[in-house]
Design a protein around this ligand. Structure first.
Ligand code: NAG
Ligand code: NAG
Ligand code: NAG
Ligand code: NAG
Ligand code: NAG
Ligand code: NAG
Ligand code: NAG
Ligand code: NAG
Length: 490
C-alpha cells in the first residue's frame, strides 16, 4: 500500500509530556474521487497509533473526528493518509485539544450531572407550616432508569451463589451464547430451547429485562456445523426456519434483538443471498416481533481505532443501507457497540469521538458486551470505559460480558472462585452505588430545606421527624424533564 501523506506543519512538533487524552478534528477533501482518510499519531520512536477515519470526497468537506490517549513523552507527528497515493489530501481547520486525565474526568462528571441526574429540593415543615429543622430525609432507589446490566450464561440455572450474585446487582441482561443458532439447533431439524427457555423463566421471575442475542451471526465460522455446508437453496430454507422459530418463540418477551451480528466485519449471508441479506433479516424480524429495538451489534467500532472496517463512519454507512430498505420502515433501530477492549490504555478520545458521530443519527446507542482484557490495570481501565459510556448523552444502556469465575467468566472476572470481588468487581459495585442505588441520607437545614442530587429513576423517600421520630414515606419519580423545584413535605 502506498500512502499519500500531508503533514500539517504547525502540529508537527506538538509537545506532550504526560499521559493525556486528545480530541482531534479537521475537515478533509480529496483532489479527486473518494477514499478513506485516516489520522495517525506517530512518535519519534516510530510507534504508530491510528486515531480516526473519515470517507473524504472531492468537492465537499467531510469532518474527521478522532483522538488518541498518548503517553509519548517526545514530540510526535500527526499524519493523514489515504490508500491512493495519486490524490492529494486537502485539510482545513485541523485542531488538537489535549486534556489532562483530571480535566477529562471532570467533564465526564459534569455531563453525568447534566444528562443523568436532577437536583431535587425538599422542604420539610410541620402541619402548621413551620420549618422542621433537623428532619432526616432518606432517598432509596426503587428502580433506576439507566440500564446498567451484565451478560448471563446457563450456570445461572444451577448455581445458587451465581443467582444471588446476579440478583443483588442487575436488572438487565443478555444471554451470552444460549439463544444463538449454534446452541438451539445443534443437529439440523432438532431445535432445543430448553436452556434459553429456563433462563427466560428465571429472568421473568426476577423482573430482569433481556436483550435477544442473536438471530443470525454473519461470521462464517459461527454457524451451526451443518449450516456451513448447505447449498444456497437449502440455506435459504434453513435461515427462514431459524428466524421464524426463534423470533416467534420469544416474541413480546425481549427488549431488543441483535438481528445480524457483526455484519460490518463479516458477510456470510450477503455472500449467499446478496447485498440486502442483512436488511432482509431486519425486515423479517421486525415483521415477526415489531416492538423490541432492532440492533446492529459490532466490535471494534469504539474500542479499536486501527480497525477501519468497523469504524464509526462505516458503521453509519451500514446502518443507512439497512434503514433505506423498504421493509424496515417504522422499525426502532438501535446501535449496538460490543466494546471488547484489549489490554492497555483504552483510547477514550477515539471512543468519545465515535460516540459523538454515532449519536448524530439520533438512534439509541447501547454498549452491549463490555469487557476489558486482563492486565495489571484492568480495573482502572474498566472504570474509565464505563464512565466514558455513562457520561455520553447518546448512550442509553450498558451491558457487560463479565461475571463470576464460577460461571466461566475468565476475561473480565468480577468475582473469584469464592465469590470474593476482584478489583474489577469492586469497580462495578462502586459504580452501581454511585449511579444511584444509594441510599442518600440528608438532614433539613434551618428553613427545612434538603437538597439532593438524584440519578433518574424511582425513589422511596422517607422523612423522619427529629423529635417524635415519626416518619412518612413518599414515592418520587426523577426524570430528565422533572421540573418541580421544591417538594413540600408536611
Ligand atoms: C506507554 O506506551 C508504551 C508503548 O505503547 C507501553 O509499552 C507503555 O506501557 C505505556 N505506558 C503507560 C503508562 O500506559
Ligand atoms: C474553517 O473555519 C473558518 C472560520 O471559522 C470557516 O469559515 C470555514 O468554513 C471552515 N472550513 C471548513 C471546511 O469547515
Ligand atoms: C408548629 O408545630 C411545631 C411542632 O408540632 C411546634 O413545635 C411549633 O411551636 C408550632 N408553631 C406554631 C407557630 O404554632
Ligand atoms: C422501572 O422503570 C422502567 C422504566 O422507567 C419501567 O418500564 C418498569 O416497569 C419499572 N419497573 C418497576 C419494577 O417498577
Ligand atoms: C435438550 O437440551 C437439554 C439441556 O441441554 C437436554 O437435557 C435434553 O436432553 C435435550 N433434548 C433433546 C431432545 O435432545
Ligand atoms: C418455564 O415456566 C413455565 C411456567 O411457569 C413452565 O411451564 C415451564 O416448564 C418452564 N420452562 C422451563 C424450561 O423451565
Ligand atoms: C437492495 O435494496 C435496495 C433498496 O434498499 C434496492 O435498490 C436494490 O436493488 C436491492 N439489491 C438487490 C440485489 O436486490
Ligand atoms: C477462558 O474460557 C474459555 C472458554 O471456556 C477458554 O477457551 C479459555 O481458554 C479460557 N482462558 C483462560 C485464560 O483460562
Amino acid at each position: 500500500m502506498t500512502v499519500a501523506m500531508l503533514i500539517i506543519a504547525f502540529l508537527k512538533h506538538f509537545e506532550c509530556l504526560v499521559l493525556f487524552p486528545s480530541l482531534q478534528s479537521g475537515w478533509f477533501q480529496l483532489s479527486e474521487g473518494s477514499d478513506t482518510v485516516s489520522v495517525i499519531f506517530k512518535s519519534k520512536g516510530g510507534e504508530i497509533v491510528p486515531g480516526g477515519h473519515v470517507i473524504a470526497k472531492h468537492g465537499c468537506w467531510s469532518l474527521l473526528k478522532g483522538g488518541v490517549v498518548a503517553n509519548f513523552s517526545s514530540p510526535f507527528e500527526i499524519l493523514f493518509k489515504s490508500k491512493d497515493s495519486t490524490v492529494e489530501i486537502w485539510a482545513d481547520n485541523v485542531s488538537l485539544q489535549p486534556f489532562t486525565k483530571r480535566q477529562w474526568r471532570s467533564l465526564q462528571d459534569a455531563s453525568i450531572q447534566r444528562e443523568r441526574k436532577r437536583k431535587v429540593r425538599f422542604q420539610v415543615t410541620s402541619i402548621n407550616g413551620t420549618a422542621m429543622k433537623g428532619a432526616k430525609v432518606i432517598a432509596r432507589s426503587a428502580n433506576l432508569s439507566f440500564p446498567f446490566g451484565c451478560g448471563m450464561n446457563h450456570y445461572i440455572l444451577t448455581n445458587r451463589d451465581y443467582q444471588s450474585w446476579f440478583l443483588s446487582r442487575f436488572k438487565f441482561t443478555t444471554f451470552t451464547n444460549e439463544m444463538k443458532w449454534y446452541s438451539t439447533e445443534i443437529k439440523q431439524g432438532q431445535e432445543n430451547y430448553t436452556i434459553p427457555d429456563a433462563m427466560l423463566n428465571f429472568t421473568k421471575e426476577n423482573c430482569i429485562s433481556v436483550r435477544g442475542h442473536n438471530i443470525f451471526w454473519d461470521n462464517p465460522k459461527q454457524q451451526p456445523e451443518w449450516v456451513k455446508s448447505l447449498s444456497t437453496k437449502d440455506l435459504e430454507a434453513a435461515a427462514k426456519r431459524r428466524i421464524e422459530s426463534v423470533v416467534t418463540r420469544y416474541k413480546g418477551e425481549l427488549i431488543a434483538w441483535d438481528v445480524m451480528n457483526e455484519n460490518l466485519h463479516f458477510h456470510f449471508y450477503e455472500d449467499n443471498f446478496g447485498e440486502n441479506a442483512s436488511a432482509m433479516a431486519y425486515a423479517k424480524a421486525y415483521e415477526l416481533d415489531p416492538k423490541p429495538k432492532m440492533f446492529l451489534n459490532e466490535y471494534n467500532t469504539i474500542e479499536q481505532s486501527g480497525d477501519e472496517a468497523a469504524s464509526p463512519f462505516n458503521y453509519m454507512k451500514k446502518l443507512q443501507e439497512i434503514l433505506s430498505f423498504p421493509g424496515v420502515a417504522g422499525m426502532s433501530a438501535a446501535i449496538g457497540l460490543q466494546a471488547h477492549f484489549a489490554a492497555g490504555q483504552p483510547n477514550l478520545a477515539y471512543m468519545r469521538s465515535g460516540l459523538d458521530l454515532l449519536a448524530t443519527t439520533g438512534l439509541p446507542i447501547w454498549l452491549t458486551e463490555v469487557s476489558v482484557a486482563p492486565s495489571p490495570n484492568q480495573a482502572e481501565y474498566l472504570e474509565e470505559v464505563l464512565r466514558e459510556a455513562y457520561s455520553h448523552p447518546g448512550v442509553e444502556g450498558i451491558i457487560m460480558f463479565s461475571g463470576p469465575a464460577q460461571a466461566g467468566f475468565n476475561d473480565t472476572t468480577l468475582a473469584d472462585e469464592n465469590f470474593k470481588n476482584t478489583p474489577a468487581g469492586d469497580v462495578v459495585d462502586k459504580l452501581i452505588r454511585e449511579w444511584g442505588t444509594g441510599p442518600h441520607t440528608c438532614t433539613a437545614d434551618d428553613r427545612g430545606f434538603v437538597d439532593i442530587s438524584l440519578h433518574h429513576g424511582d425513589y422511596d423517600v422517607t422523612v423522619t421527624n427529629p423529635l417524635t421520630h415519626s416518619s412518612r414515606t413518599l414515592s418520587l419519580s426523577v426524570k430528565k424533564d422533572f421540573l418541580q423545584e421544591t417538594i413540600p413535605v408536611k
